[in-house]
Design a protein around this ligand. Structure first.
Ligand SMILES: Cc1cc2nc3c(=O)[nH]c(=O)nc-3n(C[C@H](O)[C@H](O)[C@H](O)COP(=O)(O)O)c2cc1C
Ligand code: SF4
Length: 373
């Protein structure tokens, strides 16, 4: 990992960005990652279609160093849509294994699966099930959840651990917990969505208990050499939500659990415009969570940081890497638009993505995820 240096633009210095590197015990061709992107190509049982394999093959071919898959649900009531990828039982493993085998034919490209539970943030649960959350705080346009009992909390922690075991069995290089964007882990850590008065609510330590238990149990089950990452909110951007100061304190506490790396983002459903921001037109609009990543590094965080949010150019990505604000940078929408963008940027560092950040890929949900422009 790099030590942070003065954050000043360094022009077209993209050398660090495109140099081979190692983090979390894995080697990558470069520091350009694909941030988790829901694929929306699974059947109602969560088994992915052939598009899943080809989407990831195109990314590997396009020169990215690390692929983080779209979120996969650990338990059926934790799905966000009927076409979301599942990692809730063993029948989903063969197609996923086909995907990891394909990606691993590209040397220096790694693939990590993101696992998730929607909690309160879902308009859909399969028949016979119901939405669950730390507290009854309904999200916009979503089902009203019931407050999780002690039994449901324990069962859901088990589901995360079992899902991580399947991720490893399917040949992924690591697992990323979705701890951002207002989903279940994020609901536990946020005082806005967690109103509990038991051991899982109140203090920072109590609100972290759910995710801490998940990380500790996954580490115990899968061993130290299997990387466990988390995507994390710098802040929630709602009144009474997770603040930057609280988030920062929590990241340092998470580091003590054996967590291998963290990816920074922000926002929940009530503040969703902060997650996939629009109007990214010039380098100053890019890397919109760099300020928080910089704080983590300045305060001496010891685990690698991936920075997500708004990257559109090698220039900005290179600046973030060479100044030490993050160890890797992650792109989502530009790689929906063009999975070969990493190679293009490597050959022509002055290029910018022609993704216009219109968010049609996010909002228009019929069929597998694609650029609709
Ligand atoms: C279509 C679409 C699907 C997404 N799916 C996920 C997801 O499954 N998990 C996640 O953590 N973030 C997801 N995101 C958010 C991105 O990973 C990323 O944090 C955000 O888009 C900002 O990065 P960008 O400016 O490079 O797009 C998704 C975004 C889009 C547009
Ligand atoms: S639909 Fe819009 S935001 Fe999505 S990839 Fe295409 S141009 Fe970018």
């Amino acid at each position: 990992m790099q030590r942070i240096r003065d954050f000043k633009p360094v022009g077209m210095d993209t050398r660090g960005l495109f140099s081979p590197c190692s983090f979390f015990g894995l080697s990558f061709n470069n520091r350009l990652a694909r941030s988790a992107t829901a694929e929306r190509c699974a059947d109602a049982q969560g088994s992915v279609g052939p598009e899943y394999v080809s989407m990831h093959q195109m990314l590997a071919q396009g020169g990215v160093g690390l692929i983080i898959t779209g979120h996969a649900y650990v338990s059926p009531e934790g799905a966000t849509t009927p076409s979301m990828t599942g990692i809730h039982n063993n029948t989903v493993i063969p197609r996923l294994k086909q995907t990891t085998d394909t990606v691993h034919t590209y040397p220096g490209v790694k693939i990590i699966m993101q696992i998730n539970h929607a909690g309160r943030q879902t308009p859909y649960v399969p028949e016979g099930l119901h939405a669950i959350a730390p507290s009854v705080v309904p999200a916009p346009k979503c089902l009203v959840p019931s407050e999780m009992s002690d039994r449901e909390i324990a069962d859901t922690i088990d589901r995360y651990v079992q899902a991580a075991e399947r991720v490893k069995a399917a040949g992924f290089d690591g697992v990323q917990l979705h701890g951002a964007h207002g989903y279940l882990i994020s609901q536990f850590v946020s005082p806005y969505t967690n109103r509990r008065t038991d051991d899982f609510g109140g203090s920072i330590k109590n609100r972290l208990r759910f995710v801490t238990e998940i990380i500790t149990r996954i580490k115990r089950s899968l061993g130290d050499s299997f990387p466990v990452l988390i995507k994390w909110n710098s802040e929630d951007f709602v009144p009474q939500g997770l603040s930057q100061d609280q988030s920062l304190a929590m990241v340092f506490a998470l580091q003590e659990t054996g967590l291998d790396g963290i990816e920074i983002s922000g926002g929940i459903f009530e503040s969703s415009a902060k997650i996939c921001r629009r109007h990214i037109k010039k380098p100053e609009d890019e890397a919109y969570y760099a300020g928080f990543a910089k704080r983590l590094k300045q305060d001496g965080l010891g685990i690698p940081v991936i920075l997500a949010g708004g990257f559109r150019s090698a220039q900005k990505a290179g600046e973030i890497i060479s100044s030490g604000i993050a160890d890797l940078v992650s792109f989502c929408r530009p790689l929906i638009r063009d999975p070969a963008l990493p190679d293009r940027l490597r050959h022509n560092p002055s290029l910018r993505s022609d993704c216009i950040s219109c968010n049609r890929c996010l909002l228009q949900q019929d069929g597998p995820t694609k650029c609709w422009r």
